[in-house]
Design a protein around this ligand. Sequence first.
Ligand code: SIN
Ligand code: FE2
Length: 215
Amino acid sequence: MSMGDLFSGMTQGNEQLAPGAWLLRGFARDVATILLRDVASVAEIAPFRHLVTPGGYTMSVAMTNCGRVGWTSEARGYRYASTDPGTGRQWPDLPDSFADLARRAAETAGFPDFDPDACLINRYVPGSRLSLHQDRDENDRTAPIVSVSLGLPAVFQFGGLSRTDRPARYRLEHGDVVVWGGPSRFAYHGVLPVADGYHPETGNLRINITFRKVF
Ligand code: SIN
Ligand code: FE2
């Protein structure tokens, strides 16, 4: 075991980003391989695709979903749909590994009994980014967002409730989980362009799994 392994296996402490917002470093590391296997199973049924925003911009992040409803973007707007518009079939079930992790992470951040009905899976290649935005397409305004980072690292921007609040930057690594809810539920956030690199479990990809309660 190297010093790096020794250190990464230790609890480095949970970092509070803002009231109701926590970075749980390494929280998902020990289940990461299982999560990635389950991401692959979901993508066999509901393939990753590049959605087009209502403004006509093709997103650099490829997306798919599992769970009762999935987030999608069309010319007429963003919405949650119970069927995959790409295949016409229901989204794959939320894998047990996902549900368990989401619940434990939310609880650790102070949000017990989290029961997500939507799980968005984002796939980044080097250069992919997600511009600063709020998650506000959900009817439920009380449940937190739980966001799991796997594979290549990324720089996560986390700001305030106004677009003009200058966001802080955090490096998210394989196995890190960010949870934001309560007073931070509508905080602006984004991901800077992912740098080129190689991760032993994902190659040149960053995978982000995000859990939400919509209804
Ligand atoms: C999101 O805002 O939905 C995803 C954030 C991330 O990829 O870390
Ligand atoms: Fe988001």
